[in-house]
Write a protein that binds this ligand. Structure first.
Ligand code: SAM
Length: 240
């Protein structure tokens, strides 16, 4: 059974395998995805995932649910460095079950979370009940936030799954207030068929949009992942 994907200027390939696999790499599971990854118009590998189906088990991974106090503290430390020092408006795109949204809210920020998956949004709303946070079902590439603008757009492990990362980054830049920042946490996972965005590519896409880029390699900090990891994980803070 074949599926057709467009690559670059209309060149098409047939990705033949549709068998679902569970992509588990040390310490993180990104979800159920097709073995048929493809390359989009930005040259980035991507694969479709049923995020609604993943929602119930998503928080079982240490870096997703942040249930282990050490893992939680490690992410809280990083977020404190990456987000503005004062109380700010944060847009968490592809917020999933809201684990990072909760850390941001605990640090005094007002959070708007957006996710395409209603099941993820339902869990995020429950996780942040009573907090200064709202969660919307919507597409991260064009989030339904109207005229509202933000001090930081936070996106963890989402850009890799979007079909047009360059376009998304340009749109997110437009959602920022002056001197706002993009906080992007990404990686390249797996060894047989690696998926994700290499840091060189992401920084290249960000360079025309940002006045300053800060790249932080995260693979060496086992506390973030609940164990050692061998693949590439990183964050980029892009100041506009
Ligand atoms: C790997 S999870 C990351 C969740 C969260 N950012 C975190 O770090 O815990 C990817 C999330 O992105 C969401 N997602 C994927 N494509 C999306 C899109 N086009 N718009 C909004 N959300 C999307 C999925 O539903 C899922 O919740």
């Amino acid at each position: 059974m074949g599926r057709e994907f467009l690559i670059g200027a209309g060149l098409s390939v047939v990705a033949v395998t549709v068998r679902l696999i569970r992509l588990s790499v040390v310490g993180v599971t990104l979800g159920l995805m097709s073995e048929s990854t493809a390359t989009d118009s930005d040259g980035v590998a991507w694969a479709p995932v049923d995020w609604d189906a993943q929602a119930a088990v998503f928080d079982d991974e240490p870096d997703h649910g942040l249930r282990d106090p050490q893992v939680r503290a490690a992410w809280a430390e990083r977020l404190r460095d990456w987000l503005p020092g004062r109380s700010s408006d944060i847009l968490d795109l592809g917020c999933g079950t809201g684990s990072l949204s909760l850390l941001a809210a605990e640090q005094g920020h007002r959070v708007t979370g957006v996710d395409l998956s209603p099941a993820m949004v339902e869990r995020a709303r429950a996780k942040l009940a009573g907090r200064d946070a709202v969660f919307l079902v919507g597409d991260a590439t064009d989030p339904p936030v109207g005229e509202q603008r933000f001090d930081a757009v936070l996106v963890r492990h989402v850009l890799w799954a979007l079909p047009g990362p360059a376009r998304a980054l340009r749109h997110w830049q437009g959602l920022l207030r002056p001197e706002g920042r993009l906080v992007l946490v990404e990686g390249v996972w797996g060894t047989v068929t690696p998926i994700g965005i290499p840091p060189e590519r992401l920084t290249m896409l960000l360079r025309p949009l940002a006045s300053h880029l800060h790249l932080e390699h995260l693979s060496g900090d086992a506390r973030l992942w609940g164990g050692e990891v061998a693949d590439e994980r990183y964050a980029v803070v892009a100041s506009i």
